[in-house]
Design a protein around this ligand. Structure first.
Ligand code: ARG
Ligand code: ZN
Length: 420
């Protein structure tokens, strides 16, 4: 049994090796205005030469693309922008410092007098390793055995378990699948999904809407990648599949699903960040979700995948600018989610079709959930922030971001149950 305060002060956190962050010393994140065709082409060729990495893509003219520029290409890249009169803004002046800032422990709101003894380490004051997240799920099963159970739906390439927590409703009329952490570096996603779990289980009495559904919650859909961002490379996105030539590991799991696989916005090259894999469902992580959802079957009516960053509520399809016949329903409910979040936190989330609002990207979990499984209420939600820190969102914003995510789950549940 650890005390709350003890858990944060002690443990491997402070000893953890963060020297890998040093590779980002002097790197910057720039926001470039996508004003002309030549700027767009420049960004493409710089990415191809690995002179920059894309953080947030935009295909829309007049909108922005966020890029990470390593220190050794910084003056070259800035010069290229000046040559084309491209306007850009420095979002993060030193990426290494932002990484260190991010792992600082956020101050606790409640006083130390209120701390309870407990058997797990998870907090919402800092980001946690997968072992802490899983230990919290196990704790919930032992404390609330009548509503919580865990199923291991598969095993990753490196042998880690992929766990799903089921939270059973006493009056469940439908299933609701919640996915977090498919992209390794989007740390606020697993943290927010854990926050949702706490609301649905520990604070259940004030969240009675939850009795209407059975929730299936997968907080870390890409365990190998997630751990790799803690131990080796903070900005890793894909899983840890070895490539055939060993030089470029990793498949983008959100390009590996089998609905319109291998089309726009997905790469056939293993070195690319959006590598779709050798085949659809070539990865154990996506196979696990496919097999599990196929097994639990048509009772599931909602699928929400949490990503970061940008503050978007996106609905299918993403493989191309194609709308589902019921997209007006998804737009309307999405707008309601955004309104509810804005009321609670003042934060603005944009709502729209993901290919139109963001960019085309095929092989996503959401497209498969909607197009192949037939899950009506399917969304991908890009959580905070709007770009100030991007993937390196400080731990002080975990709770507020978790609240945004929870509002989305609550709003969708109320809509389907007809109680909103
Ligand atoms: N940022 C997410 C990604 O790039 C958006 C996914 C939206 N869904 C889609 N099927 N394209 O994976
Ligand atoms: Zn993502």
């Amino acid at each position: 049994i650890f005390l709350v305060g003890f858990a944060a002060a002690n443990e491997e956190f402070s000893l953890e090796n963060k020297t890998h962050h040093a590779q980002y010393r002097g790197s910057q994140v720039l926001r470039v205005r996508n004003a002309t065709e030549s700027i767009r082409n420049l960004l493409k060729s710089l990415e191809g030469e690995k002179a920059i990495e894309i953080w947030k893509q935009s295909n829309v003219f007049g909108k922005f693309t966020d890029i990470l520029v390593p220190s050794f290409t910084l003056s070259f890249v800035r010069q290229q922008f000046e040559n084309l009169n491209a306007t850009f803004r420095v979002m993060i002046a030193d990426v290494e410092s932002a990484m260190h800032e991010q792992i600082a422990i956020a101050p606790r709101r409640q006083s130390n007098k209120n701390k309870k003894s407990r058997s797990y380490n998870l907090t919402f004051q800092r980001y946690h390793r997968i072992s802490d997240i899983y230990a919290y799920l196990e704790y919930l099963v032992s404390k609330f055995p009548s509503i919580c159970s865990i199923e291991t739906i598969g095993t990753t390439i490196q042998g880690r378990e992929i766990k799903v927590l089921k939270i059973s409703g006493s009056n469940a009329k439908f299933g609701f699948y919640i996915e977090g952490g498919i992209h390794a570096r989007e740390w606020v996603s697993p943290a927010s999904v854990a926050y949702i779990v706490r609301e649905l289980v520990e604070y259940r009495s004030k969240n009675s809407f939850a009795e209407n559904a059975d929730y299936y919650v997968s907080p870390v859909a890409n365990p190998d990648g997630y751990e790799f961002t803690h131990t080796n490379s903070r900005l890793w996105r894909k899983n840890r599949r070895d490539s055939t030539d060993k030089s470029c590991p990793g498949v983008d799991l959100n390009r590996n699903y089998g609905y319109q696989w291998g089309g726009l916005g997905a790469s056939r090259q293993s070195c690319d960040e959006t590598f779709a894999g050798e085949n659809s469902f070539s990865e154990p992580e996506t196979q696990a979700v496919r097999d599990f959802l196929t097994k639990i079957g048509p009772s599931v009516q909602a699928y929400v995948a949490f990503h970061s960053y940008g503050q978007y509520i996106l609905y299918p399809y993403g493989y191309d600018k194609v709308l589902a016949p019921d997209s007006a329903v998804l737009q309307k409910l999405g707008a309601r989610i955004a309104r509810n979040i804005k009321k609670a936190s003042k934060k603005k989330y944009k709502v729209g079709n993901s290919a139109i609002l963001l960019y085309e990207a095929s092989g996503g979990a959401d497209d498969w959930a909607k197009g192949s499984v037939g899950i009506k209420y399917t969304y991908t939600i890009e959580l905070r922030d709007a770009g100030r820190y991007g993937f390196l969102l400080p731990a002080s914003q975990i709770e507020a971001t978790g609240k945004d995510a929870f509002i989305a789950i609550k709003t969708i549940t109320q809509e389907i149950a007809g109680i909103g």
